[in-house]
Design a protein around this ligand. Structure first.
Ligand SMILES: NC(=O)c1ccc[n+]([C@@H]2O[C@H](COP(=O)([O-])OP(=O)(O)OC[C@H]3O[C@@H](n4cnc5c(N)ncnc54)[C@H](O)[C@@H]3O)[C@@H](O)[C@H]2O)c1
Length: 345
């Protein structure tokens, strides 16, 4: 089988989730790993049997590299994606698409101009539970979706920020809890709700990490969609453990609850299990989910068959629009609340 040549830029925390999948894929070959800290790149190149580099621009001169994975800090996603797309490289970028709405707009434009594809990693859309929930919504079996809510209560200790200087800063992370951790749940809420965002109320605060970060660690929002669906959201990095994300969807004739990745159906006063994922992640990183492999393989399938990948710059940018909608709403909310410690630009 002819293999699609791949490179990964950024050999940090998420790197392995990409490299391991590429290593196991018959149709792809990891040729190069790049990190500005070349010792990291060399270490991973040795583990995966490929070349190491410290300057991603070397990829532009490599016709054998067709797909590039971006596992770099948020503020580097847009400039790297734009340059690679202009050179005809397919780009699979980790979330968020960019660190600001303006940068996201440039990525959208670069993707539209390019002959290559851009995909955004929102792997939780590939979770069995998420797929099952979408099926129920689309089937109409429970009637119309009325409202939904999502709660994310996770823990990020000060060291998470102090060990990596790009985190916790507006200029490099582009925000805090919302743009980095809860963007996955916000993405699912808007994907399930299905309409355009019409109104957002909400606020962000820094409840426990104020001595370490300039961004938020806690947020809430009330989001109204054009189809009448309302979503409520609460998220924090100030919990002392990473609890499984909780979701609830209320329909005209029943409800769905997601707890510990298991989806329960509530109908006529009875609760039944609708979906128990066959694979569940374990260990400290279990809150990332198990679906990186599914998304990466799907992206390559589309690239190899010349089909358009669905989680593209438009679709993958929606969650960032929502994140920034909450930041804007918070600016308004906190400016009328004396003593509010919310977002300031
Ligand atoms: N999908 C998920 O569930 C998930 C989980 C964790 C992280 N992420 C995302 O992955 C991305 C990376 O996050 P991380 O936690 O791995 O960060 P990290 O800081 O652990 O790793 C980033 C790596 O990029 C390297 N780097 C920085 N500048 C570079 C440059 N100019 N050229 C090449 N390499 C450079 C750094 O040296 C570092 O090794 C972020 O977008 C983050 O939001 C996604």
């Amino acid at each position: 089988m002819d293999k699609t040549g791949a490179a990964v830029i950024g050999c940090g925390t998420i790197f392995d989730q990409h490299a391991r999948v590429l290593h196991d894929m018959e149709e792809a070959e990891l040729l190069l790993v790049v990190d500005s800290e070349v010792t990291k790149a060399r270490r991973e190149a040795e583990r995966y049997g490929c070349e190491a580099g410290s300057d991603y621009r070397a990829i532009l001169e490599r016709p054998d590299i067709e797909v590039v994975h971006l596992c770099t800090p948020h503020h580097l996603h847009a400039p790297m994606a734009e340059e690679l797309l202009a050179a005809g490289k397919h780009v699979l970028t980790e979330k968020p698409i960019a660190h600001t709405p303006k940068a996201a707009e440039s990525v959208r434009a670069a993707a539209a101009r390019s002959s290559a594809q851009l995909g955004v990693v929102f792997q939780n859309r590939y979770n069995e539970s998420s797929r099952r929930i979408r099926e129920v919504i689309e089937s109409g079996h429970l009637g119309r979706l009325l409202c939904l809510k999502g709660a994310v209560t996770w823990s990020r200790p000060p060291e998470y920020y102090t060990e990596n200087d790009w985190r916790g800063r507006w200029a490099t992370e582009g925000g805090g809890l919302l743009i980095n951790q809860t963007i996955h749940t916000l993405d699912l809420l808007q994907w399930f709700a299905g309409g355009e965002i019409e109104r957002i109320a909400g606020s962000v605060t820094t409840d426990t990490l104020g001595d370490y970060i300039e961004v938020e660690d806690t947020a809430h929002a009330c989001i109204d969609f054009s189809n009448g669906v309302r979503a409520l959201f609460y998220g924090t990095n100030a919990y002392l453990t990473n609890s499984p994300v909780e979701l609830e969807l209320i329909f005209e004739q029943g409800a769905l609850l997601q707890r510990r990745d298991i989806v329960y159906l509530l109908q006529d006063g009875e609760e039944t299990e609708l979906c128990r994922p066959s694979q569940t992640a374990t260990g400290a990183k279990s809150y990332w989910g198990v679906s990186h492999g599914l998304l990466i393989r799907d992206f390559y399938r589309h690239v190899r068959e010349g089909r358009h990948f669905w989680l593209d710059a438009e679709e993958g940018g929606r969650a960032l629009d929502l994140v920034h909608g909450i930041y804007s709403a918070s600016r308004i909310a906190t400016s009328i609340m004396p003593g509010g410690r919310g977002y300031s630009s």
